[in-house]
Write a protein that binds this ligand. Structure first.
Ligand code: HPA
Ligand code: ZN
Length: 326
């Protein structure tokens, strides 16, 4: 028996969260009004009805459309502070958030506007909730290498505020190899590296992410389980996997939470963590993910302790900061 207060109170880190994916319909409407942007919905219910995607691409089309209401530094600040407050209420003491600069720069929103808004939100959240935050800048893999390099160039003056780079968006047809050079450049600049792989893509994409992108952490990784040698390698290398159960369910990576591989991953000795991915779109924040796994009989109280501990072990906190969290 796992009590809800146990799930809520156990300190945890969230390591797989797209800040644009935390845009709740209510805030989307408020920002659309504030910025006089028209969105193709009449009401919050209308928006929620549109969230009936059943694969990654259908979701991404709606997610990028929703992001169009984000125009000013204040908008990014409001987006970020809403997530930090929600995460803190879930017992999240540390979070490493993804942002997608190209989703905004391709609409004419300057990189600096995004950074100024996020950084002011982070400062406020630290003061209000005592939560610590690191930033991971993701490249959109459906765009080309030149665009990724241009984004990396725009980030130059902000590098001291960015902990790592990531790779997201449409996985199939866009293997990690496409971004080997920009990830090498990011590594040379002292940045950590993560990549979405094995969400919809084959196990070979996970191998590429390890060998060609030199990742420090694997986002999703579900399909790695199809390859026993790869699974053993991930366990041996103590690679952290950022697993997102409700996302997997919504995007039909799993057909039912009863069939979610989290317990097989734990049994294989993988360093699994639980995360919400895009909580405004997938029906829940981090604790909703834990609750859903408990309800499906997938994780025990001991597993939750392991998963929470893994979230700190897999974080990019420096040892002196990590020591204050565990
Ligand atoms: N997968 C890939 N790209 C994304 C996701 C995801 O779950 N969420 C936001 N961008
Ligand atoms: Zn993701």
């Amino acid at each position: 028996m796992v009590h809800d207060t146990f799930i809520t109170n156990i300190p945890k880190a969230e390591l797989h969260l797209h800040i644009e994916g935390s845009l709740e319909p209510e805030l989307m409407f408020r920002l659309a009004k504030r910025n006089r942007i028209s969105i193709p919905f009449q009401s919050v219910e209308d928006v929620k009805k549109a969230y009936n995607f059943n694969n990654l691409q259908d979701f991404l089309d709606i997610y990028y459309a929703g992001a169009s209401v984000l125009q000013t530094a204040e908008d990014f600040h409001d987006l970020a502070t809403a997530y930090f407050a929600r995460a803190a209420a879930d017992g999240v003491t540390h979070t490493e958030i993804f942002f997608d600069p190209q989703t905004h720069t391709t609409r004419g929103i300057p990189f600096d506007v995004v950074m100024e808004g996020l950084l002011s939100g982070i400062a406020e959240a630290k003061a209000q909730h005592g939560i610590s935050v690191l930033l991971i800048m993701c490249f959109l893999r459906h765009l080309d290498e030149d665009s990724a390099f241009a984004t990396f160039k725009s980030a130059e003056k902000w590098i001291p505020h960015i902990s790592g780079v990531g790779l997201d968006s449409s996985e199939l047809g866009h293997p990690p190899s496409k971004f080997a050079r920009v990830f090498a450049a990011a590594g040379s600049a002292g940045l950590m590296r993560v990549a979405h792989a094995g969400e919809e893509g084959p196990p070979s994409y996970v191998v590429e992410a390890l060998d060609l992108l030199n990742i420090n952490r694997l986002d999703h990784g579900n399909r790695a389980l199809e390859d026993a040698a790869l699974t053993a390698r991930l366990a041996r290398e103590a690679m952290t996997l950022t697993v997102c159960p409700l996302s997997n369910l919504k995007l039909c990576v799993v057909d039912n939470l009863n069939n979610h591989p989290v317990n097989r991953m734990l049994d294989a000795g993988l360093r699994v963590t639980i995360n919400s991915d895009d909580p405004a779109y997938f029906g829940g924040y981090i604790n909703d993910n834990f609750r859903a796994l408990v309800a499906a009989g997938k994780v025990s109280r001991e597993d939750i302790i392991t998963l929470a501990r893994n979230s700190f072990l897999g974080s990019f906190l420096k040892d002196e900061d990590l020591a204050t969290q565990i």
